[in-house]
Design a binder for this molecule. Structure first.
Ligand code: DGY
Length: 437
């Protein structure tokens, strides 16, 4: 495939996944609704060739906001029997704060909306039109940022927690195994749908789903009340990827508010929150010995000392000092960057928990690569950034637009080594962005 053919195919995928109600599904069958962080990446892709669809991607997500500023992880705009757990399991109606016009989940996902909106501004040709759109949605996106500091920061340190692994975006990372060891939910009865679409070897196990559903049941028991969740959820984690994207989105919101004028109070508020967040981030999540950032288990008060692609994501938000960045990049190249591997595996390839085919336990993801590319560029590591970009294009060329890919080059030699969903929206969207630079 030439670069032109890749871009044409990528656009076709986005158009096919776009739905009448103005949002884009991640892929057919496996993910038949609107997913929060997917939408941010998808909007960046659409902005290159259909700005109206990019705008409606953001608008349809923001329209599902709850009264406390929270924007959920899945918006069930439509009905579908190809996904579990659906709206009847999540029961957003249990919360008096939930959106009354559309059912949603009661958890969220990493905040991509601030930086996606700024990218849309950069890409859009008609600046007046995009500024009008920014004015329409920016306060809702600001409220989403503020929600975290108001309700997800019990120690008032500028670092926010997630209460479910599905909030992290890195759904079945081996890091969560440590948390699963602290709980023992009963074996539940339910009918999985995902393994009807995708080889079970590429998806989480039945036991992992027991944990996932168990935490949702706890949150439902408390009607999705943040204070109760903070007290009773066995999963309470300060995640470096989640906090990095929040900080990066805040920085974008500051620049966009400066652009549209006024809003001094909001700009000052975001600046002071972000300054405090970066300080705590470096004090609490940076592991000197490993030379990277780690997840902090707030429930059990300990750092989860594992290296994953999330460990490098603070580069995207300008969090590390130059010295820290140098150490991080050295670790990345030593552990993830051998010539026989594509950058960047989602989990430490030298660790015994690494699994090259299973969801977030090892494969390469295009959205993380896109974040790392920009972070590496910002810190002046142009050669490594370009390798991340070239590797992303190469694995799509070899396999097609899958959800995730084997990091081992040899796995691509004689067979397809793209896994999970096919014709996957954010893989398409971000390749368009990579190839349009
Ligand atoms: C899934 O069902 O695996 C989703 O990624 C949850 O967000």
């Amino acid at each position: 495939m030439t670069q032109q053919e890749i871009t044409t195919k990528a656009k076709e995928i986005l158009i096919n996944n776009y739905q009448e109600k103005g949002f884009t599904i991640p892929c057919k069958g496996l993910y038949p609704f609107q997913w929060n962080w997917d939408s941010g990446f998808i909007a960046i892709g659409f902005a290159h060739f259909d700005i109206e669809k990019a705008k409606s991607e953001i608008k349809s997500l923001v329209d599902a906001q709850w009264s406390n500023g929270f924007i959920p992880h899945i918006i069930f705009h439509n009905e579908s029997d190809t996904y579990f757990p659906g709206p009847d399991f999540h029961r957003s109606d249990l919360s008096e704060l939930s959106n009354k016009s559309v059912p949603t989940t009661g958890m969220t996902q990493p905040h991509t909306l601030g930086f996606a909106l700024e990218k849309m501004y950069e890409i859009a040709e008609n600046k007046e039109d995009i500024i009008n759109f920014i004015k329409l949605v920016i306060d809702a996106i600001y409220d989403f940022s503020l929600y975290f500091y108001n309700f997800r920061d019990p120690l008032n340190e500028g670092l926010v927690y997630i209460y479910h692994n599905w909030e992290s975006g890195t759904d079945n990372s081996p890091i969560w195994d440590d948390i699963w060891e602290t709980i023992n939910p009963p074996s539940l009865e339910f009918e999985r749908k995902d393994t009807g679409h995708v080889d079970a070897a590429q998806r989480p196990s039945k036991r992992e789903y027991d944990y996932y559903l168990h935490i949702i049941e706890i949150a439902k028991k408390y009607n999705y009340e943040d204070r109760e969740i903070a007290e009773y959820s066995p999963f309470l984690v300060q995640d470096p990827l989640f906090n990095s994207l929040l900080i990066s989105s805040n920085a974008s919101l500051i620049r966009l508010y400066e652009l549209i004028g006024g809003n001094e109070y909001k700009i000052e508020k975001l600046k002071s929150l972000t300054q405090k967040a970066i300080q705590s981030f470096n004090n609490k999540l940076y592991d000197q010995e490993l030379g990277v950032y780690c997840h902090y288990d707030l429930r059990n008060n300990k750092l989860l000392r594992y290296i994953s692609s999330s460990s490098f994501s603070p580069l995207f938000a300008g969090i590390p000092s130059k010295e820290q960045a140098e150490k991080m990049v050295t670790v990345m190249m030593e552990k993830f960057g051998n010539d026989d591997q594509y950058l960047c595996a989602s989990f430490d390839p030298t660790h015994k928990r690494f699994n090259p085919k299973k969801y977030w336990r090892g494969p390469v993801w295009i959205n993380l690569n896109w974040l790392l590319y920009h972070g590496l560029k910002d810190y002046g590591y142009d050669d490594i950034a370009n390798r991340v970009k070239e590797d992303s294009i190469e694995i799509i060329k070899q396999n097609g637009f899958f959800e995730y890919f084997d990091a081992r080059k040899e796995a691509h030699q004689n067979s397809i080594a793209g896994y999970g969903g096919d014709n996957f929206s954010w893989s398409a969207a971000l390749i368009i962005d990579f190839l349009t630079k």
